[in-house]
Design a protein around this ligand. Structure first.
Ligand SMILES: [Zn+2]
Length: 579
């Protein structure tokens, strides 16, 4: 239990830390604009008075992602995301608020001082344990392990820069060393570094293995992949072992080397996907820094989202055996459903990228990448080669290729595929389209982007225009006149409703207003017209209601009601005519 003084002390400390953080946030925002931050990820264009781009968070053809330099915020009308520079970095880099603060503060040159309170965040301790373990594994990399890695084709520079290490034969080597440094049992187990047996004894998770550290998108180590190594390694041990699922490590969300491949992927506008650490390191060594790898899992929706922030073009370079082709097919389904373009590198049968680069050299790897085929062409080639009989080939195309076409998000790409399939099968495009209707779809793969919602009704447009102009230091219209006109002609409580909006809703409306009216020269004329139409709109609705009532009154033969409603309608119609 906390004593009163203790609580007061903590509160004071927290308040100081909080105040410091708020200062940092303010300082960062002063130095970095929303435009500076977003333009690293999306191509902003000026349209009328506003800035917009194709949304980096969802697939779309026309831009519905808007940025407001005045308010320092962004909003997407397609998928509904919105916020400031911090929430933008959190979402696009997959980090928490603290991670975003760190990245942006570094970029802005604002020093970050960690208070005592911040040290107590448990995930910080896990990052620290993993970082310390990485340094220890690196220090244990001996001559035998180096010789092995060199023989496999890795240079000393690659080994160093990817921080490759070694876990030795000891049962609790790393566990003991980290406990001596003050890490608790709990922290070591949570970090995935140690495991506890039934007797409660801790031992190292990784033994007799070459260790490949895996980082999150900002370069913090979150886990490891270990390949068996050394004479003492158990003969039955699995060749590769990954960190189990921990609070920091989720294999379905992390891509090996993503942190380093981010900028090269964006620069070259494509990403190469390989399977496993050695393939990845060799590809990077061969000059393809835009390569990422899955470790011990299939390519998931989260992986696709991660890559898609950088580029829409994915090149699959998986093993060329049957399992590899299956994996490529699965990965392609996922990527196509996210609106990506997918190519496949045709590797010689039985070879993985690491073998190929080692045996045939960098030039050969370049040639393979350059001659990568579109996924549909690749599959048609493979199937045609395997199935020389026409109807066998046709059935295989129906079973394997057509489901792909249904997943393709881009209608243009789908048309091209239909043409290609028709040509290869010597049938008409109509026949392919017919079969396509019967082909199964991958569950959950929608492909289409959510339709942009827009404030169609004048009553919503008035709100959008009002909130947007209210957010400005110097509104472009006569706010006083606008406000009193609203009070006069809109329903009671309309303005109070606007005043009571949540910050998120207010933000969404401000963007809506900007999107609709940024290009309009005379906003005063605009709101007058809107109010006139909204008044008329209400009368219209009333007229429809009365008409319906009148119809039902005459249907049940209620002459009295019929007469009353006819009078009301006549008054209303003349009102509408005058408005
Ligand atoms: Zn969006």
């Amino acid at each position: 239990m906390l004593t009163h003084a203790g609580a007061a002390f903590r509160e004071g400390m927290w308040a100081r830390w909080y105040a410091h953080r708020m200062d940092t946030v303010k300082a960062v925002k002063e130095k970095l604009s929303i435009v500076d931050v977003v333009s690293g990820y999306a191509k902003l264009e000026r349209a009328g008075g506003s800035l917009r781009a194709r949304c980096p968070f969802h697939a779309e053809k026309s831009p519905s992602f808007f940025v407001s330099p005045d308010r320092g915020t962004y909003h997407c009308f397609g998928c509904g995301v919105g916020g400031d520079i911090f929430s933008f970095i959190e979402a696009i880099e997959g980090v928490d608020f603290k991670g975003a603060l760190k990245m942006l503060a570094e970029r802005a040159g604002v020093p970050l001082i960690y208070g005592q309170a911040e040290k107590k965040d448990p995930t910080d301790r896990l990052y620290e344990a993993l970082e310390t373990a990485t340094v220890m594994y690196q220090a244990r990399l001996d001559d035998a392990a180096r010789a092995y890695l060199t023989k496999r084709g890795l240079s000393a520079t690659t080994i160093q820069s990817f921080r490759v290490g070694l876990a030795g034969d000891g049962w609790s080597d790393i566990t003991d060393a980290l406990q001596q440094k003050g890490f608790s049992e709990r922290e070591l187990v949570d970090a995935g570094l140690s495991r506890k047996n039934e007797k409660g004894t801790l031992s190292d998770k990784f033994r007799n293995r070459i260790i490949f550290p895996i980082a999150d998108s900002v370069g913090r180590i979150v886990g490891f992949s270990g390949r068996t190594f050394g004479e003492k390694a158990h003969p039955d041990a699995p060749k590769y072992l990954n960190t189990p699922e921990t609070p920091l490590f989720h294999k379905s969300r992390v891509l090996y080397a993503f942190d380093r491949a981010k900028q090269p992927m964006r620069k070259h506008n494509f990403a190469i996907l390989v399977e496993g650490q050695m393939d990845l390191l060799m590809s990077h060594e061969a000059g393809f820094a835009n390569t990422v790898a899955v470790s011990g899992t299939a390519f998931t929706d989260d992986h696709a989202k991660l890559v898609k922030r950088m580029t829409e073009n994915l090149l699959l370079a998986l093993d060329s055996d049957e399992a590899g082709i299956k994996a490529a097919t699965r990965a392609a389904h996922v990527a196509l459903a996210h609106g990506m373009n997918v190519k496949v590198a045709a590797l010689t049968a039985g070879k993985d990228p690491a073998d190929l680069i080692l045996e045939k050299g960098v030039e050969e790897w370049r040639a393979v990448i350059r001659s990568a085929k579109d996924i549909v062409t690749f599959l048609l080639d493979v199937l045609e080669e395997k199935m020389p009989k026409r109807d066998q080939f046709r059935r295989a195309v129906e079973a394997i290729v057509l489901p792909f076409l249904n997943d393709v998000a881009s209608p243009i790409a789908r048309e091209q595929y239909i043409q290609e399939v028709a040509a290869r099968l010597h049938v008409s495009e109509t026949a392919v389209r017919e079969s396509l209707k019967e082909a199964p779809r991958t569950p959950g793969a929608t492909g289409s982007s959510p339709a942009a919602k827009s404030a169609a009704q004048p009553v919503d447009r008035i709100a959008a225009l009002f909130v947007w102009q209210r957010s400005k230091d110097t509104p472009a219209l006569d706010m006083g006149a606008f406000e009193s006109a609203i009070r006069e002609s809109m329903p009671t409580g309309y303005l109070d409703g606007l005043a009571a909006l949540t910050p998120d809703d207010r933000e969404r409306l401000a963007f809506e207003g900007e999107r609709l009216y940024a290009h309009v020269a005379d906003l005063d004329q605009e709101w007058r017209e809107l109010l006139r139409r909204s008044g008329r709109g209400q009368l219209e609705q009333e007229r429809q209601r009365l008409t319906a009532e009148l119809r039902s009154a005459s249907a049940r033969g209620d002459a009295e009601a019929e007469e009353r409603l006819t009078d009301e309608l006549n008054i209303l119609v003349s009102k509408i005519a005058k408005s």
